[in-house]
Design a protein around this ligand. Structure first.
Ligand code: IPE
Ligand code: IPE
Ligand code: MG
Length: 249
């Protein structure tokens, strides 16, 4: 079925409601320009601000971006501290703008390991935008899909959920992003074709689009191409789309 026919039948609402992005390729973008990797991350923040606006313009309700993985601590300490500083600078530079755009910011990840300064900035970003409803942007920071599953199990145990009552739906309530529907579309820039421990639990039926575009070069055009690809996909969730022909019917 063509996209238009699908839309006409209302079979697949335009969507996607929720886009998750692995913003990869900042380092290579900088390297191509003979710049230190930090400048790639800096350009990556500007790219993110543009993509947030583009998502709002396209009625996307949830955008989840992978900003720092549980494994990114393995990077050289100057890159890690550069990234932490960049986040603080980005919060002070863009928080008011995000607020005006109607963005609700939420942070997902293990906050225990980040500095108190960064924790305060996250808390401020969340509380200052808590009333916004246009787009929920979740920033996955010191986040890992495996960390999320383990913390959800611990939280369920601490809440006294008996093993016999632990269903998929019940455990989902304890996942870091229980407030959002599962992502419809997963985009990874930078040419690598892997998940790198992003939302392992939530991507069970997400559509994947991998782009060679380096994150600082990703913009509206590439977003539209990914959305177009998504809309051409036939999501079946394990079922069958067309009613099977019944003999003699
Ligand atoms: C992604 O870009 C950003 C973070 C992981 C923080 P990279 O820094 O991984 O860029 P490449 O993959 O080295 O080009
Ligand atoms: C994934 O990218 C994490 C983020 C984009 C924040 P990486 O660059 O860390 O992933 P690998 O190492 O190539 O798998
Ligand atoms: Mg990378």
């Amino acid at each position: 079925m063509t996209k238009d026919a699908k839309a006409a039948s209302g079979e697949q609402a335009a969507g996607p409601r929720h886009i998750a992005i692995v913003m990869d390729g900042n380092g290579r973008w900088a390297k191509k320009r003979f710049l230190p990797r930090f400048f790639g991350h800096k350009a990556g923040v500007d790219s993110l601000v543009k993509v947030v606006q583009a998502c709002i313009d396209r009625d996307v309700e949830y955008l989840t971006v992978f900003a720092f993985s549980s494994e990114n601590w393995k990077r050289p300490s100057d890159e890690v501290s550069g990234l932490m500083g960049l986040v603080l600078a980005a919060v002070s530079r863009y928080l008011a703008k995000m607020g005006r755009m109607g963005v609700r910011i939420r942070i997902v990840g293990d906050r225990d390991a980040v500095s108190p300064k960064l924790r305060n900035a996250w808390n401020e970003a969340e509380s200052a935008t808590a009333h916004n409803t246009k787009l929920t942007m979740s920033v996955a920071f010191n986040y890992g899909g495996r960390w999320d599953i383990v913390q959800a199990c611990k939280a369920a145990i601490n809440a006294g959920v008996p093993a016999a009552e632990l269903t998929e739906a019940r455990l989902s309530e304890f996942m870091a992003m229980s407030y959002a529907p599962d992502p419809d579309l997963f985009i990874r820039t930078g040419g690598e074709v892997r998940i790198s421990n992003f939302m392992l639990w939530q991507v069970a039926y997400t559509e994947f689009v991998f782009s060679d575009c380096l994150w600082p070069e990703f913009g509206e055009k590439q977003l539209d191409a990914a959305i177009e690809t998504f809309r051409e996909r036939d999501r079946r969730f394990g079922g069958v789309k067309e009613a099977p022909a019944v003999a003699g019917a």
